[in-house]
Design a protein. Structure first.
Length: 351
């Protein structure tokens, strides 16, 4: 079994365990989808649909972490993207396709530019990633409030914009379709082209990658740009689902869940190798855990504690040192037959 699959075993085992617990509490209806009003539904389908904004941000965060960086501004970029789109739409003809298209393009463009700015701060100005992105994490919500004038702009339920969060394509919810497409594109780009290798090289050993002729600054900016784009897209889906943009609470603390999902999925914060599929599993674990807490009858106060416990369990199970220590009493000293009992001194002298 290769290292990639080994990284996924434990997160997948935790996800399966959570699913089994929910089935035990609510029955097989938990995972059996149904169709309502021309759209797939059911408990697990709803989990997948609601997890898409987090998934998009976590996928972008995975690329940033692969470069040995971090992006704490994704929650603010989420709010900015939602604010731009909703404010643009309510000031114009909400039923016009051109209005919706312009709003989406403008929001994604601004989000991508913000991501590129973060990358430039890190790559060209030498600012630590946590500091560079913390600036926009704080200022970004203020920018979103300036865009909306301190209000919560709400779009009409009849506008095509809401279909991004509530619509369906061939009964499959639109957010799930978007999430799958983004994952597929990033997986193809990073696993079938040199981009994935370049990201791992920049994160694994920046100095060596520069000496090898890799344009590490450009790769770093690209990773942050993609992360910003994904955060803006997540904001659009969240705003479309709610029909409004809340600059104060939209995407609040989602950056922490995104980092948790990346870590649970097996990507190390020290940079280098990354696992997009592991991130998908990590997101599924976090969202399923939130539902599990409700289904087993625990209060909402357990949410953060339960997340911490799950992250701890997955982290230690992924640690080779911990597994070696855990299995040490059951291993034979030479890797073969069990060690014989030592002979006493008299028998040893007789031999």
């Amino acid at each position: 079994m290769n290292a990639y699959l080994k990284r996924l075993i434990w997160p997948l085992a935790v996800l399966v365990t959570l699913i089994v617990v929910n089935i035990a509490q609510t029955g097989f209806d938990f995972i059996v989808p149904s169709v309502h009003d021309g759209r797939l539904g059911g408990a697990f389908v709803n989990i997948l649909r609601n997890s898409v904004p987090l998934l998009l941000i976590a996928l972008g965060m995975t690329l940033v972490i692969a470069t040995k960086g971090i992006d704490l501004s994704v929650g603010a970029v989420y709010a900015i993207g939602a604010a731009i789109a909703c404010q643009w739409i309510i000031d114009r003809d909400q039923s016009a396709f051109g209005t919706i298209l312009t709003a989406v393009i403008l929001a994604l463009l601004v989000a991508a530019v913000i991501g590129a700015w973060n990358g430039a701060m890190v790559a060209y100005f030498g600012v630590q990633p946590i500091v560079a992105t913390l600036i926009l994490m704080i200022a970004g919500r203020g920018i979103a409030q300036l865009i909306t004038g301190g209000q919560i702009p709400s779009v009409s339920d009849s506008t095509p914009f809401v279909e991004l969060g509530r619509g369906a394509i061939a009964t499959i919810p639109v957010p799930i379709v978007i999430g799958v497409l983004v994952f597929a594109v990033l997986a193809l780009l990073t696993r079938t082209t040199a981009l994935g290798m370049l990201l791992e090289a920049v994160g694994g050993n920046p100095a060596a990658s520069r000496l090898a002729g890799i344009r590490s600054k450009g790769i770093t900016i690209l990773a942050y740009l993609v992360c910003g784009f994904c955060a803006g897209l997540a904001g659009l889906i969240g705003a479309a689902n709610l029909g409004s943009a809340d600059a104060n609470n939209g995407g609040l603390w989602i950056e922490l869940d995104a980092i948790l999902a990346v870590v649970i999925g097996g990507t190390a914060l020290i940079g280098g190798r990354f696992f997009l599929l592991g991130t998908v599993i990590g997101v599924a674990i976090i969202e399923t855990l939130n539902v599990t807490i409700i289904n087993v009858g625990l209060s909402s106060q357990w949410q953060f504690t339960a997340k911490a416990i799950v992250v701890f369990v997955v982290a230690v199970l992924q640690s080779p040192e911990f597994r070696a220590w855990l299995l040490k009493p059951f291993r034979r000293p030479d890797g073969g037959e069990p060690a014989p009992e030592p002979a006493d001194d008299k028998e040893a002298l007789a031999k």
